[in-house]
Design a binder for this molecule. Structure first.
Ligand code: AMP
Length: 463
């Protein structure tokens, strides 16, 4: 289980004040939580009272417990020791966009319900459906599922929604990005109209609001962080860099001692696998996680990263969704996302549970427009920092041995003029402010001195 969110002082307001059942309080205490987080404080009494909720909360805020604990409590009158499946119908349905998030939510359900005789399962695609059917047939009160697989179960008639009394739609914005909204709407049509519904989303587009209108009845809006805002404990840097220098810069950054573990984002599955291979060739402990990998492979890769056996995880946006690693110190955007909200999601993977994190973006000229979109969304400029000078990866590969001196590592490649006229022998020159048009040629700027990596990571001269 992940580490609790850091809290200070003696708690003046505890979980007991929220009126939770002793079995739930015990499970919460076992996790080491002393005080409810802001979203838990707001949501738990409302969910206990049967209210519909529109929740604006990112992962890392404690939102899973905020809906799981009160929903478990609402199931207490239905707890039954009978082995008959008919006595254990699905009463709570939790929809999550990805297998990883579904698994994570299910872990929380199991954790918080461990002192209660309630049954739960997690149903996601990409794995054999039969064991899920068998489990469903035995009867479960809480079903955590991804939309596609849930509809497979509907087709197989392995699930009945007749007794569903509460629905949770987690990370609705991601459901939208992944094209799951039609599936979600089909599921909504199959549920009893008289139910409690909770919708959580880190960002709110018009489409999410429309979905909320159809799904929720007189919802109460609760928000913990302002929408589309960045996690406060994360420092952000942008290194303007020529496209063909990105790989060398990334390898240099990853080889610097300051970065222990790092999640590197790319935009495409193909690019993801390729970059991981290139990092491996450069001698780095890197793995890729993307949607084309089998579920078993994805779980294996994630576990290796969570346990620290893999130092670098190269991921696509979809694959990294729901990745919950409390101690992840760094996220690097090797490519900027084309959807600005994804910047918020990506960088929210670090700085979790009250820890410090750093988010570094490598932005080439063609991406300056996307950078401007991100800054518009988060309503603040991101700090541009000159890229530190590292050898190109050709130079790294040409390196005869690991113990060769640092000075030779910084040598430029023999042929220093690239086909586009770029001179590798000169230090990198930043592109300056965000251009109005990403295609405009940049005016050369005066040479700025190279900075040490510690300074770039905030280690030197920071207040
Ligand atoms: P979530 O936003 O649900 O992904 O939760 C983020 C992290 O916070 C998880 O690792 C939880 O274990 C942890 N957490 C949840 N509630 C609390 C709490 N009241 N106090 C401390 N940590 C918590």
């Amino acid at each position: 289980m992940s580490e609790p969110i850091a809290q200070t002082g003696t708690p003046s307001f505890t979980f007991a004040h929220l009126g939770l059942a002793p079995e739930l309080l015990r499970a919460v205490a076992d996790e080491g939580y002393t005080e409810p987080t802001p979203i838990q404080r707001q949501a738990i009494p409302l969910v206990l009272a049967g209210q519909d909720i529109l929740g604006g909360a990112q992962t890392g805020t404690g939102k899973t417990a905020a809906f799981t604990l009160p929903l478990l409590q609402r199931l207490l009158p239905h707890v039954s020791s009978s082995p008959s499946p008919a006595r254990h119908p699905v009463r709570v349905l939790i929809l999550a966009p990805t297998r990883e998030l579904a698994l994570q939510v299910h872990e929380s359900v199991k954790t918080y319900s461990k002192y209660l005789p309630l049954r739960s399962i997690c149903a996601f695609g990409g794995v054999d459906i039969k064991p899920q059917i068998e489990e469903l047939r035995k009867g479960v009160e809480i079903l955590v599922a991804t939309p596609g697989r849930l509809l497979d179960h509907v087709e197989q008639k392995s699930v009945s929604f007749a007794s569903v009394q509460a629905l949770v739609l987690d990370e609705a914005d991601r459901m939208l990005d992944m094209g799951f909204i039609p599936d979600v709407k089909r599921i909504l049509n199959l549920l009893p109209a008289n139910r409690q519904s909770l919708l959580f989303s880190a960002t709110f587009s018009e489409e999410i609001r429309r979905l909320a209108d159809t799904m929720l009845r007189s919802p109460i809006l609760i928000e913990v962080a302002r929408r589309n805002t960045l996690t406060e404990t994360v420092r952000h840097r942008v290194h303007p860099v020529a496209e063909h220098d990105k790989r060398a810069l990334l390898i240099g950054l990853l080889k610097s001692d300051d970065l222990s573990q790092c999640l590197v984002f790319v935009r495409t599955k193909l690019g993801c696998a390729r970059l991981a291979r290139e990092l491996q060739r450069a001698g780095l402990l890197a793995e890729a996680i993307h949607g084309d990998k089998s579920q078993a492979d994805r779980i294996k890769t994630l576990d290796a990263f969570k346990e620290g056996r893999t130092r670098i995880l190269v991921a696509t946006d979809v694959a990294a969704r729901g990745l919950d690693i409390d101690d992840l110190p760094c996220v690097i955007n090797y490519e900027l996302p084309h959807v600005p909200e994804d910047y918020v999601h990506r960088t929210g993977r670090t700085g979790r549970a009250g820890k410090q994190g750093i988010a570094i973006s490598l932005a080439c000229a063609a991406e300056m427009g996307y950078l401007a979109e991100i800054e518009k969304l988060i309503k603040r400029p991101l700090e541009r920092v000159d890229a530190p000078l590292f050898p190109t990866d050709q130079a790294i590969r040409a390196r005869p041995s690991r113990n060769q001196g640092a000075s030779s590592l910084r040598q430029a490649p023999r042929n220093t003029i690239a086909p586009d006229g770029f001179d590798f022998s000169k230090p990198y020159e930043p592109m300056g402010e965000v251009p109005d048009s990403p295609d405009l040629p940049k005016k050369p700027e005066p040479h700025k001195p190279r900075k040490v990596i510690a300074a770039l990571l905030g280690g030197v001269g920071r207040k």
